[in-house]
Design a protein around this ligand. Structure first.
Ligand SMILES: [Fe+2]
Length: 481
């Protein structure tokens, strides 16, 4: 599609051209009757032929949200593009106007219509529930997009009353102990990072500002009872630099001199503490973190820097290679990072021999030690394996991992697994795992529900679509009110 060599336009990544509304989906097995609500997922779905299809980057496709609605054991589905300002300008022009945030075209953007934004952000990273709203977002806007929860029409912007005119995180986290939602807002031109907490209605309860001495690509953070925790790897980003995206250059760059740094921000006082590591790695997503005496234990997916002096274009390699050259970074791996508050040392050690990304816990235990982590993985790859081929459940108590491949004899490709606790659950893994899998034999996708306590067993329900859902980024189960 548009390019025969760009992997981000083929197979599991191929953009979906239609918006569907399907009721009463075909189900193998039984949808648990207690699951009433919707699984919302978003991802990259380029609408117009990119200006430079060969350098189109996975992160730059228009946001498309998919909703699997479950009600009394039955399932329906719809999907819709998020009508961002940039996409609206392109719809009016009838073609792509913008260079991507991440990829490079090498050519300047054409003149834009009056009033159009200078760069196009794409609301394709996450879907969350806040203040009774369904919100989707990129990570470079000072707002989120509100969607109609039923038909996914774009309703407008949600921006905390304009209090944070900076890049709002696409990975907010809820602290189940305090009921707060935690966020950051990053200004890489002004060099500031605001950490803030809201109540469930989005009312700001506290905020702290930290100076940023460089322009990190952050993407995710984590928290403990006392701290916001950030890990800054070697990737930098300046999406609002006038000489980058509008001129056809990626907003991302690679600082081959930089150590990987940890930033702790005290949630109560706002006091910041910086620590350096000997290792160089880029943090993809955090699973969880907790405090243990004078240490902070962080579990996360990490890509190690394997060519420290790399001077090329990082967008060609992160998170997956676009070009056939030695990559400066490893694949994503599961790591435990130990931050020693008394010595200032930061250590990291790999867990397992599988690749791992899109890590998610049972979110009701966040901020305290988790026993289990769930993630998309690559385990026992075959010659045909391209990308994730299983879901992984890792048990931090026994050190054992279990794997769910779903298919036999060939690879189905899963996205991020989402854990939904059962009502009245007493065990941490008493709940359901929901994930969308792509079946290359049908070029179609299905939403699969597993019992988390029978992780490598047969699924409870396979809810089948007749079309594919491009391998997306993130989403959440939002139960009916
Ligand atoms: Fe993410």
């Amino acid at each position: 599609m548009w390019s025969t060599k760009n992997p981000f336009l083929q197979g599991p990544f191929e953009p979906l051209l239609n918006e569907y509304v399907v009721s009463d989906l075909q189900v193998d097995g039984e949808i648990p009757r207690e699951l009433n609500g919707a699984l919302y997922r978003t991802g990259s779905n380029q609408h117009f032929r990119p200006n430079d299809p060969d350098h189109f980057h996975w992160f730059d496709g228009d946001g498309m949200v998919h909703a699997f609605r479950l009600q009394d054991g039955r399932a329906s589905y719809c999907n819709r593009l998020v009508e961002t300002d940039g996409l609206k300008a392109e719809r009016a022009a009838g073609r792509a106007l913008y260079n991507g945030i991440t990829g490079h075209t090498g050519v300047p953007q054409p003149p834009l219509p009056e009033g159009a934004p200078l760069i196009k952000s794409v609301a394709g990273i996450n879907v969350i529930s806040l203040a009774g709203r369904v919100l989707t977002m990129h990570e470079i806007d000072p707002f989120y997009w509100e969607l109609d929860p039923l038909n996914l029409q774009t309703r407008g912007k949600f921006d905390f009353g304009g209090q944070f005119p900076a890049m709002l995180t696409a990975h907010p986290h809820a602290d189940p102990r305090t009921g707060e939602m935690l966020f950051y807002a990053q200004d890489n031109e002004g060099g500031t990072l605001d950490c803030f907490a809201t109540d469930a209605q989005g009312q700001v309860l506290s905020r702290h500002r930290v100076r940023l001495p460089f322009a990190p690509w952050i993407h995710d953070f984590i928290f403990t009872a006392q701290y916001y925790v950030f890990v800054f790897g070697p990737i930098r980003t300046r999406p609002y630099a006038p000489d980058l995206i509008p001129m056809g250059r990626s907003s991302l760059s690679f600082d081959n001199q930089a150590p990987t740094r940890v930033l702790l921000v005290n949630r109560r006082t706002g006091q910041d503490r910086w620590l350096e590591t000997d290792a160089s790695f880029t943090l993809g997503h955090f699973l969880n973190a907790h405090e243990a005496a004078d240490k902070i234990i962080v579990d996360a997916s990490v890509t190690r820097t394997v060519l420290p002096g790399f001077k090329g274009q990082i967008e060609n390699f992160y998170p997956f290679p676009l070009v056939d050259e030695p990559s400066p970074v490893s694949g994503p791996e599961l790591h435990r990072i130990t931050i020693d508050l008394s010595t200032g040392r930061v250590g990291t050690s790999r867990i397992g021999d599988f690749a791992a990304e899109f890590v998610r816990p049972n979110e009701t235990i966040m901020g305290t030690p988790q026993r289990y982590g769930y993630m998309a993985g690559i385990h026992s790859p075959g010659p045909q394996t391209r990308g994730f081929n299983c879901l992984v459940k890792h048990d931090y108590e026994t050190g054992r991992s279990s794997f769910q491949h779903l298919s036999v004899g060939y690879d189905m490709i899963p996205g991020e697994p989402i854990f939904v606790p059962k009502a009245g659950a007493t065990a941490e893994d008493e709940g359901w795992i929901m994930a969308v899998w792509w079946d290359p034999l049908r070029n179609a996708s299905e939403m699969v529900i597993h019992e988390a306590q029978d992780f490598d067993g047969a699924p409870a329900a396979r809810i089948r679509l007749d079309h594919h859902v491009p391998l997306g980024f993130h989403g959440n189960w939002i139960p009916d009110a």
